[in-house]
Ligand binder design. Structure first.
Ligand SMILES: Nc1nc2c(ncn2[C@@H]2O[C@H](COP(=O)(O)OP(=O)(O)O)[C@@H](O)[C@H]2O)c(=O)[nH]1
Ligand SMILES: [Mg+2]
Length: 202
């Protein structure tokens, strides 16, 4: 849920990168972090679990401007994807203003993607967030891998994108698609914020 600070005239929105283990969520955040100038980002914080980490940082986008005189800041989070970190995932998802679902395009990961997508919807529902209206963008990551190892974005879309949300092909390791994804989710979140629609969880 977006946080409004009247003293500093800032609105902070929370965006969560969700998806199965090793789909490239952390890689997305590292790439973004590396591209954002120092004076526009906070420290990257990493909460370690035994085999995976929850990662987050704040940043101030360069060109998203203000809403009614308020500066908008974004907080990007990743969740640990492994099935057994359900509790951490639920905590991180709490109060999310928008979600980026990072799918692993590798053909052998299809069922993991579907399972994680269902897990996302179940966890949203549990938190009283309407999964059909929460700002959501899907990223088909690892599209740089050899074609015989991956599914096309069209095939992935058929399996995951029932809502017809914005979707992007990406190679988070090298950058293509990373900022397109971030821009799309930021715009959806801001649009909703300026429309004053209740964000379900708010
Ligand atoms: N080839 C390729 N590898 C990627 C890409 N994104 C992430 N990886 C690799 O996939 C592995 C898991 O990435 P990570 O970001 O830790 O996944 P997370 O569990 O979703 O946070 C790492 O070895 C990454 O280097 C990509 O777009 N292309
Ligand atoms: Mg990670």
């Amino acid at each position: 849920m977006s946080l409004v600070n009247y003293a500093t005239r800032e609105i902070t929105c929370k965006i969560v990168y969700y998806g199965p283990g090793r789909s490239g969520k952390t890689t997305n955040l590292h790439y973004i972090y590396g591209q954002v100038p120092d004076d526009r980002k906070g420290k990257m914080v990493s909460l370690a679990t035994q085999t995976d980490r929850t990662l987050f940082f704040d940043f101030l986008p360069l060109d998203l401007g203000t809403i009614s005189g308020f500066t908008t800041k974004f907080q990007l989070y990743t969740v640990p994807g492994q099935v057994y970190y359900q509790t951490t995932r639920k905590l991180v998802l709490q109060g999310a203003d928008g979600v980026v679902f990072v799918a692993d395009s590798q053909a052998r990961q299809l069922s993991e993607n579907i399972e994680s997508f269902q897990d996302l919807h179940a966890n949203l529902a549990e938190q009283g967030i309407d999964a059909r209206t929460v700002p959501l963008v899907i990223q088909y990551n690892k599209q740089d891998l050899p074609k015989d190892l991956i599914l096309s974005t069209a095939d992935l879309s058929d399996s995951l994108n029932f809502r017809g949300v914005p979707e992007f092909s990406a190679d988070a390791l090298h950058g293509p698609g990373v900022f397109e994804t971030l821009r799309a989710i930021s715009e959806l979140v801001l649009k909703r914020l300026s429309a004053g629609a209740p964000a379900g969880a708010r």
